[in-house]
Design a protein around this ligand. Structure first.
Ligand code: SF4
Length: 459
């Protein structure tokens, strides 16, 4: 594949990031170099009465001006949409490549889709206003309809997220600040002590404000890789709630009878077992020290309990193509967990594979993934939440499928930004949502484990 080379000359005061996002989405189809013969010129401005831009590229020459109204947020949104969609259309014409989400570059396309005047209009709204492909627009429409009866809005609703950032080994694609457990063993007891205190603080706030706990989510990392007595210390403090309670036991090799007994005893009702792939070769290449046998054993064991089970797959690992991907999906369908979540590989700084030429890994899989989603639907798995990440190859999506009635409430409330998330532990980010004015405040803890312990004077 030959990429289109161009130089980018920007006179950009506002909206620089928005412009760059569109060009990044076109990587590797477009390469920005300093001395290309074709120059893409963009100028944007904002003054007290209007927003505007000027675009020149080859034969394109466009000037746009939007007069400001009293609704500042809406004006900004309209202007951004016009600017990004215009650039998108130019790049699409030049490359003959349509991106699955058109000019939509944000991580939560369902939130944008809900701005359509009514639910029956979503498909039309997304395809005409943002250039979203008809497949993806239909998918978003379906997800919004499937979400309708899963939650109700209430300012008192809250979710508790607890981060346990330790793993048996570090997967090569991982960009989380997850620590290989053998390297930080000396800190784990203290870390759990801090979590216990943080849980107490949460419980005080919960009681004082008469909140409604919708979901508890213990994630990471691989929470199931720490000692059972430490897991018990954490979960026994919050086992008295009658709500969704997820414990990520992502790595199959960490799943043992004793762990599952403990989780069941403490009212955990949802777990994750994440194969990511059913290719032995890929598991080795990504430094995920789990065997295929261990994956099947973990499912066999977990199925003896009443947990709702989620399973993650990642598309694009180790250059996997259609055969391997479809084989993994088929294997999972045979195992029949309650949820299947399909992630598209996103290469981020901090991962071992960053910048190692993985760009070509999943190019051209957009339509094939729609076939896979249809296969899942045929097998009674329905899409119910979707989000995107930066630097996702092929600009695809992460999408959660569920058997009817088995949807994970936490995922929906979190991804749709409609419920506050009280998050504790290293790297955890709390999100306080104000439903009245649609605003969100965030509070985060240091990602680095030592920095986190320092914050609590424990190091
Ligand atoms: S198990 Fe998950 S969190 Fe841990 S290293 Fe692998 S990808 Fe990262």
């Amino acid at each position: 594949m030959k990429s289109l080379q161009l130089s980018l000359k920007c006179i950009l005061l506002p909206f620089l990031n928005d412009v760059l996002e569109i060009f990044k989405a076109y990587k590797p189809y477009i390469e920005i170099v300093e001395d290309a013969s074709d120059i893409f010129f963009i100028e944007t401005y904002e003054n007290s009465s209007s927003y505007g831009y000027k675009l020149i590229f080859k034969t394109y020459n466009d000037i746009f001006n939007l007069k400001k109204s009293t609704d500042i947020l809406d004006d900004k949104r309209k202007f951004k949409k016009k600017l990004k969609t215009t650039i998108y259309n130019i790049l699409k014409n030049e490359t003959k490549i349509e991106l699955p989400y058109g000019s939509l570059t944000g991580v939560r396309p369902t939130i944008v889709a809900k701005r359509a005047s009514d639910l029956n209009n979503i498909n039309f709204y997304l395809t005409t206003e943002y250039g979203v492909s008809s497949h993806r627009a239909k998918l978003l429409e379906e997800i919004i309809i499937n979400q309708k009866n899963i939650y109700e809005l209430n300012q008192k609703n809250i979710c508790l997220y607890i981060n346990i950032p330790f793993c048996p080994s570090r997967c090569s694609y991982c960009s989380f600040l997850s620590n290989e457990i053998s390297k930080v063993r000396q800190f784990i007891d203290i870390y759990v002590d801090i979590l216990e205190k943080q849980i107490d603080e949460f419980l005080e706030i919960y009681v004082k404000n008469k909140l409604i706990l919708k979901s508890i989510y213990i994630g990471g990392g691989t929470p199931s890789c720490i000692d059972l007595n430490l897991i018990e210390k954490i979960i026994s403090k919050i086992s008295g709630f009658n709500c969704e309670f997820t414990f990520e036991a992502g790595r199959a090799e960490t799943i043992k009878t004793e762990l599952l007994d403990l989780l069941e005893k403490n009212n955990v009702n949802r777990i994750s077992i994440n194969p990511q792939t059913f290719s032995k070769e890929t598991l080795l290449k990504i430094n995920r020290n789990t065997s295929i046998e261990q994956i099947y054993e973990a499912f066999n064991l977990a199925k003896k309990y009443n947990f709702s089970i989620n399973s993650d797959l990642i598309i694009g690992l180790n250059y996997e193509r259609e055969n391997e991907i479809f084989n993994s999906i088929k294997e999972l369908v045979k195992i029949s967990p309650d949820n299947i979540t399909i992630h598209s590989l996103s290469i981020k700084k901090g991962s071992t594979i960053a910048n190692k030429g993985q760009e070509k890994a999943i190019i051209g899989l957009g339509d094939f993934m729609i076939d896979c989603y249809n296969y899942l639907k045929l097998n009674n798995y329905f899409p119910y939440y979707l989000y995107r990440q930066k630097n996702t190859l092929d600009n695809l999506e992460n999408i959660g499928f569920s058997k009817k009635g088995k949807e994970c409430i936490y995922n929906v409330l979190n991804m749709e930004d409609i419920c506050s998330i009280y998050a504790i532990g290293a790297g955890a980010i709390s999100k306080f949502v104000n439903l009245e004015n649609n605003s969100i405040e965030r509070k985060s803890y240091p990602k680095d484990i030592k920095q986190f312990l320092k914050l609590f004077d424990k190091i």
